[in-house]
Design a protein around this ligand. Sequence first.
Ligand SMILES: *[C@@H]1O[C@H](CO)[C@@H](O)[C@H](O)[C@H]1NC(C)=O
Ligand SMILES: *[C@@H]1O[C@H](CO)[C@@H](O)[C@H](O)[C@H]1NC(C)=O
Ligand SMILES: *[C@@H]1O[C@H](CO)[C@@H](O)[C@H](O)[C@H]1NC(C)=O
Length: 464
Amino acid sequence: MGQKTLHGFAATALAVLPFVKAQQPGNFTPEVHPQLPTWKCTTAGGCVQQDTSVVLDWNYRWIHNADGTASCTTSSGVDHTLCPDEATCAKNCFVEGVNYTSSGVTTSGSSLTMRQYFKGSNGQTNSVSPRLYLLGSDGNYVMLKLLGQELSFDVDLSTLPCGENGALYLSEMDATGGRNQYNTGGANYGSGYCDAQCPVQTWMNGTLNTNGQGYCCNEMDILEANSRANAMTPHPCANGSCDKSGCGLNPYAEGYKSYYGPGLTVDTSKPFTIITRFITDDGTTSGTLNQIQRIYVQNGKTVASAASGGDIITASGCTSAQAFGGLANMGAALGRGMVLTFSIWNDAGGYMNWLDSGNNGPCSSTEGNPSNILANYPDTHVVFSNIRWGDIGSTVQVSGGGNGGSTTTTSTTTLRTSTTTTTTAPTATATHWGQCGGIGWTGPTVCESPYACKELNPWYYQCL
Ligand SMILES: *[C@@H]1O[C@H](CO)[C@@H](O)[C@H](O)[C@H]1NC(C)=O
Ligand SMILES: *[C@@H]1O[C@H](CO)[C@@H](O)[C@H](O)[C@H]1NC(C)=O
Ligand SMILES: *[C@@H]1O[C@H](CO)[C@@H](O)[C@H](O)[C@H]1NC(C)=O
């Protein structure tokens, strides 16, 4: 019993395993992550540019057999001959890189554009609806630790009609995307998605999901929006279940019907800045989360809040979350670190009415039908840019003391550009199974001890 037996077992298991190709990245399409620099800010030191990129979710990828003649996935799950179990599936199947442009994703400088539809060279328009994660130069997801901190970004929602949802949110995924011997690409190939709706996916935390389990995790929706309505919603989880509806803040639903929209107080026909603050009871980054504050900045000015006293979700007001540890539990996840996620999508089932119709917004109950969106707004896209996070007050400089309260309408703000332009040194070494080289790779090329960097194909070197 005890350690000796465990070690003995592990050694035996490894000895009898053949060299497992391990659902390794395929080499039909190189996986080249679009660069998206972001900034990490402190009050004392200003903003420092981070060497970050975006990666498309695993579920969007072609997963196929060795020569690419058969798909490992079917409309109802996996091919049971290629994938009878995790280990065999890992040996037989390869996860492919993607063409980001035809997946609806482009970056330019610190700006990310995501399209709902993409028109291919054959003239065919497809719904591509990408979902992306922020990836660090070490090949793992960036874990944003936002308890007692703020996140800010600029957004252009002007082309998103009723029924469309441009979303920027946080999910408490595994930093490596569940990288393991069966899934060596991990976060580099967008694996490990989870959220508070507990999605049942073919792969779960990077491994074949053989028993139809849902994968729940804490989710903080910073922004779910189109040009007509928007919501910010914490969804904490506890003991394997989550606050699926969440206690959202949507100005229209709160009765502020002329606050947000084209030509309104927050004018969605133009870009604007969103600041979200996660404020603790004691003002530190280790306290208990007791409010989430939303501030808009547009045309260099802090926009007056909709509610007098600021647009705030409070712990006591967040009643739906009480059974799931409340805002405090959301804060604990923010303190541990969460993965920044971007998506654009529409909803054939409910036409996104929960966001923008009835009590929630000015849209009719049917205009969010995706066929209507495709017919009238095939160019719909969201642009996120200048993503920065850090100490409260450090990401966007607000002069005149404006903090989003109703009394301040004229304070001027200056978007803080990086006062330090040094990129954080990617001194990190790649971890076991991590990528350490290949065409287009800009991350670490040295492996942590005792692993060595091996070439698997020209596009992918790995620490083995
Ligand atoms: C990606 O797709 C776009 C649009 O179809 C195409 O123009 C481009 O050549 C493709 N890139 C690569 C590397 O194949
Ligand atoms: C996900 O996978 C990683 C890597 O194998 C593991 O450390 C982590 O515990 C897993 N997370 C969950 C929730 O299963
Ligand atoms: C989770 O379960 C444990 C054990 O039953 C319980 O003590 C705890 O209060 C639960 N957490 C929440 C947030 O409900």
